[in-house]
Design a binder for this molecule. Structure first.
Ligand code: GLC
Length: 421
């Protein structure tokens, strides 16, 4: 995998005293795309300037699954890609052995500012291996202008979404927008599909991949129905290529004006508003329910910052983590990039709510813990195998190679087997 690094030039402010003996270069592996990279550079650069250090931003692969593989490869070779590492909410248990315990660097009061469930993910074997940076919840983005044009409401069930998506797709194609599709999402065989499919299943109250007690409850009629339903979308309201879409490809389709609805994460709203033709035309809603007895659900995503145990400057790296996860930086990231904060108070911040009214609903989901949490803590080091087995099972149904009943049954057996490994 090709790795490049980009050094940020930082001018040292010495106030007549030489601090060069303490000055350090701290590398950080943060999000590698557009605004995410820019915000990381800006904030890490500001910290470096203030503290007379320098920072190097390490370029990372775009796909979460590839990033994890890179961290695991480094771990096997007793090294790390950087001093500070941006860590997916599902990784702390997988990578805990490679990180330092941050308990000594952050006080109780500061930690209590964050949502408890997110802090809990970072507590592995009694150690605090990461500090929450931003969170993610699956949302539905929709074209307000098109719903208005055809006088259709925002769908609240999958049945309504299907009918609205098909109607608008058909009418828009007739009107000359031949590339229009109804609904795009993340269907590539990777972690993004795990997030999407868990939402479909949970929206029908169809059990889960693994309960906190280590029980897989995913082989049941509502789950089968949910996966079959998604398979019916392929080629009817979702493009066949959706089976190769990760977050980036789904966004591309939506931003080019070729989709009515998109399942994504909150930051996609901000990015859509950078597209001139979509300015003011994109709405956000919770994901549809699986029928009247179903529920609105969202998979919990999000990212933490950890310090590598291979860092030569763990104290200084921890200081950078403290700064980047602070309320002021989280607020800035929310305002500038619609990144969901992990600090509760920011969901009451009038400036934030004025700019992003939809944060209030997402804040209640986080407060009430009603999101779908992937079973990374309960499966520990097995999580990537569990998730891989799940996304492959779902992908084979979506691509017409298997039926949902058989596929979920085989998956259940595999999950049982993994437990005993
Ligand atoms: C988002 C989420 C992350 C998830 C990933 C899947 O980045 O924040 O938790 O694993 O998408 O693609």
């Amino acid at each position: 995998m090709k790795k490049t690094s980009l050094a940020i030039a930082v001018s040292a402010v010495c106030f007549g005293i030489s601090l060069s003996a303490q000055a350090a270069n701290i590398s950080i592996a943060c999000g590698g795309v557009g605004k995410e990279l820019l915000l990381c550079k800006t904030h890490a650069g500001a910290w470096a300037k203030k503290n007379d250090h320098t920072v190097t931003i390490v370029d990372m692969p775009k796909l979460v699954t590839d990033q994890l593989a890179l961290h695991q490869l480094n771990s096997r070779n007793n090294r790390a890609v950087a001093d500070v590492i941006q860590v997916d909410v599902i990784w702390p248990s997988l990578l805990a052995d490679d990180f330092i315990d941050l308990s000594d660097y952050v006080d109780e009061e500061t930690l209590n500012q964050h949502f408890e469930a997110i802090v809990a993910v970072n507590q592995v074997n009694g150690q605090l291996v990461g500090i929450p940076w931003f969170t993610d919840l699956g949302i539905l983005l929709y074209r307000k202008d098109l719903l208005n044009k055809y006088q259709l409401p925002v769908p609240t069930t999958w049945t309504e979404l299907e009918s609205t998506a098909k109607k608008i797709q058909k009418k828009e194609r007739l009107a000359g927008n031949s590339k229009m599709w109804g609904f795009v999402w993340q269907g590539k065989a990777s972690e993004g599909l795990t997030c999407n499919a868990l939402e479909w299943i949970s929206s029908y109250r169809g059990g889960t991949l693994m309960t906190q007690q280590g029980q897989s409850t995913v082989y049941n009629p509502p789950a089968i129905k949910a996966i079959n339903r998604a398979a019916d979308w392929i080629g009817t309201l979702s493009p066949p290529e959706v089976l190769t879409y990760s977050e980036a490809e789904a966004r591309e389709q939506f931003e080019q004006g070729y989709a009515v609805f998109m399942r994504h994460w909150p930051r996609a709203w901000h990015l859509s508003q950078l597209v001139e033709s979509l300015k003011g035309y994109v709405g956000v809603s919770v994901l549809p329910k699986g029928g009247s007895s179903g529920q609105h659900t969202s998979t919990l995503g999000g990212w933490q910052l950890s310090v590598s145990k291979y860092s030569k400057h763990p104290d200084i790296a921890a200081d950078l983590v403290r700064y980047l996860t602070s309320q002021s930086v989280q607020k800035d990231r929310a305002m500038e990039g619609s990144y969901l904060p992990t600090i509760k108070a920011l969901y009451q911040d009038q400036e934030v709510l004025k700019k992003f009214p939809f944060f209030s609903e997402l804040g209640s989901i986080l407060e009430n813990n009603t999101m779908v949490v992937r079973p990374s803590n309960v499966t520990g080091k097995q999580y990537d195998k569990v998730s891989r087995a799940f996304w492959n099972a779902v992908h084979s149904v979506l691509s017409g190679k298997a039926n949902a009943r058989d596929s979920l049954k085989i998956l259940s057996g595999k999950l049982e087997q993994l437990k005993s490994e």
